[in-house]
Design a protein around this ligand. Structure first.
Ligand SMILES: Nc1ncnc2c1ncn2[C@@H]1O[C@H](COP(=O)(O)OP(=O)(O)OP(=O)(O)O)[C@@H](O)[C@H]1O
Ligand SMILES: [Zn+2]
Length: 627
């Protein structure tokens, strides 16, 4: 029967619910901040058949809140160590079975058939694409999903059940902020512009070749775009000389002298502000690489630096210290690059972070922008909102409370609960009824998507990678129009020649690829067990700068006529939404960060407003909290 240590649970939930907990098989996706707390809650509540998946290894920066991990675990699989540590809570007894997978949930091993074995899936993820992926599979095999997330003091838990509640994709998520390329490249005015630039420069110098990375042209000594009075292209004769000396000197000269010199000469740009000042390597370093100036404690733009008190990383380094760090990090990264091939920027890789800190601060100095500490730059470069252990703990507790209702099939009692920053009616937790599935959701309601795109200039490769994979989170899409198969991914069964042939096809323009204006393209992903029809509308101009396609939800019956004037239900743009921590976070109940124009947001807002103002409803709110 049961163990005494669960007597409290039995007394509270009743023996029937407890037996369901004992026999349930559940999947936890993610063993990070929420995942660690959740696993501990699950075993302490009596769950004993748990699968846990996480693709990552333990990092030093996880230890302050991911309490299942210790310093000696750094570098080891999160899922496996989480399993080991959590088993200690139940003294390895209690007939408990935890299966840990050190793997990406988006791989074929974990397709719909794998999901079918569970009574419940719980997401403890940190990115949109994996969340969407799990949402689609759970819908396809009709397994309840509990979705959750935290951002600083804010948090949210919601239950997703096919046909009963809205799904994760019923409401479009607010895309991450993007900066205009010209601001990053030519006219920065805030530290974040220089930080974005430095990350791009890292990719340009040490990452994979990427034609869209326009941070600087590293290939020759032409001062781009500039011609003298007699129409000769202007060249920077010093650049090839710098190249002969060392890689770091060449990079330094190119990005902090040649490019800046060119910008400084664009007088139109500097009518109302101080022009940038190019830096000369030899004025900062002697030919033997030693610095020529003494370390200053104040930057030229008057910002106090390293003499300040506080933790080392929280102090703003002097200009000279940034210069030294820049040169040193390039030297070391170049060695890594030669040994390991292309590098990927990672906020937790100290050397990569040093590069971005120093490069962005030097650029800030040049453009008269305040310098920032390594701590601040790491937060901005990693889009980090400090993770708070207590928030994760509260949210994980709420997940388990919803799990009990799910196991009891009490979907009518399930709540979407928001953890607020400020109390609302003295309560920090705001439970509301989940919304019904949105009728025009292309994921849970089988509706059409409308895609406006220039069919005469866009290639199949752009459609596949930027629209279908990055924006719509397909993993391995198969494209058909009518009965003809247009494209199928996967390299397993293809010969080298066939792959080459397919790569060539991917470069074809989509209009030449049986997809002219007003085509209905069917896209299917076997791994997600998900398909959608996309109405393609040819469009040559878009309202926003830099935008080259537009996606909107569309009812099936309306979409088949060729009418460009359809309503945009979704707000998708061209951003890669992968890194977005995509919570429907609300700062305060009447200021919800859902698509403010949607009916749903208005309805929810009204509900919350009335709940927080009406005393009888407040009572209901209190009842709801005592779930
Ligand atoms: N596709 C995926 N498959 C499996 N696990 C994933 C996937 N995507 C993300 N995860 C895991 O989800 C967890 C999310 O946890 P959390 O938000 O605490 O992130 P973190 O990486 O541990 O911390 P931070 O991002 O704050 O440094 C991470 O451990 C991450 O490895
Ligand atoms: Zn939906």
């Amino acid at each position: 029967m049961t163990d005494n240590k669960f007597q409290n649970i039995i007394d509270t939930l009743g023996i029937d619910t407890f037996e369901k907990i004992r026999s349930a098989k559940v999947l936890v996706v993610g063993a990070g901040g929420i995942g660690c707390e959740l696993l501990k809650n699950l075993v302490l509540s009596g769950f004993r058949d748990i699968h846990i998946i996480d693709l990552d290894t333990i990092d030093l920066s996880n230890l302050n809140r991911q309490f299942l991990f210790r310093k000696h675990h750094i570098g080891m699989s999160k899922a496996k160590i989480a399993r080991e540590s959590v088993l200690k809570y139940c003294n390895n007894s209690d007939d408990i079975k935890i299966v840990a997978h050190h793997a990406d949930i988006k791989t074929h091993e974990f397709g719909p058939n794998y999901f079918k074995q569970f009574n419940l899936v719980m997401n403890a993820l940190d990115n949109l694409s994996a969340r969407r992926h799990v949402n689609r599979i759970c819908l396809s095999v009709d397994i309840p999903l509990i979705e959750s997330g935290t951002a600083g003091f804010l948090g949210q838990v919601s239950v997703i059940r096919k046909g009963v509640t809205e799904c994760f994709e019923c409401i479009p998520k607010v895309p991450p902020k993007e900066f205009a390329v010209c601001t990053i490249r030519s006219n920065p005015s805030a530290p974040i512009h220089c930080i974005v630039w430095a990350k791009m420069l890292f990719g340009r110098l040490f990452g994979l070749a990427d034609d869209s990375n326009a941070v600087t042209d590293m290939d020759d000594n032409i001062v781009e775009g500039d011609k003298d009075d007699t129409d000769n292209v202007i060249r920077d004769e010093l650049l090839p000389l710098a190249k002969q000396k060392s890689y770091e000197q060449w990079v330094f000269h190119k990005v902090f002298y040649t490019d800046i010199d060119r910008l400084a000469r664009m007088t139109e740009l500097w009518k109302e502000k101080k022009p940038p000042r190019p830096l000369v390597y030899d004025e900062l370093f002697s030919p033997d690489g030693q610095q020529t100036t003494t370390t200053t404690t104040t930057t030229s733009n008057g910002i106090n630096s390293s003499s300040g008190r506080g933790l080392k990383d929280q102090v703003v380094m002097s200009f000279q210290e940034n210069i030294n760090m820049f040169v040193e990090s390039i030297r070391k990264l170049q060695v890594q690059n030669e040994q390991n091939g292309a590098l990927t920027w990672d906020k937790d890789d100290n050397l990569a972070l040093n590069f971005v800190v120093s490069a962005s601060n030097i650029r800030s100095h040049i453009f008269n922008i305040p310098l920032k500490s390594k701590f601040d730059i790491k937060a901005m470069a990693g889009n980090i909102i400090p993770a708070i252990a207590t928030t994760n703990a509260i949210i994980s507790g709420l997940i388990v409370l919803e799990a009990f209702k799910v196991l009891n099939n009490e979907f009518d009692k399930c709540k979407s609960t928001y953890l607020l920053k400020q109390p609302s009616g003295k309560r920090l937790l705001l439970p509301i009824d989940p919304e019904k599935p949105k009728s025009d959701c292309y994921v849970c309601s089988q509706n059409f998507i409308t895609l406006k795109i220039n069919t005469k200039t866009t290639t199949l490769s752009q459609l596949l990678n930027d629209v279908l994979k990055k924006n719509l989170s397909f993993h391995d899409p198969i494209l058909t129009v009518g009965a003809s198969l247009l494209y199928e991914g996967g390299d397993e069964d293809l010969s080298k020649e066939e792959i080459e042939e397919r790569n060539k096809l991917e470069q074809k323009i989509i209009a030449d690829y049986k997809m002219p204006d007003n085509t209905i393209l069917n896209v299917e992903d076997y791994l997600q067990n998900f398909k959608v029809s996309i109405l393609i509308i040819h469009c040559e101009t878009f309202d926003e700068d830099g935008k080259w396609f537009d996606i909107s939800g569309k009812q099936k019956d309306q979409s088949t006529n060729n009418n460009n004037n359809h309503d945009s239900n979704n707000n998708n743009n061209n951003n890669t939404e992968d890194d977005l921590d995509d919570l429907e976070i609300i700062e305060n109940p009447v200021d919800m960060q859902i698509d403010a124009s949607s009916d749903k947001s208005t309805a929810k807002r009204k509900e919350i407003e009335s709940e927080t103002s009406d005393s009888t409803k407040k009572h209901k709110l209190n009842e709801n909290n005592e779930q």
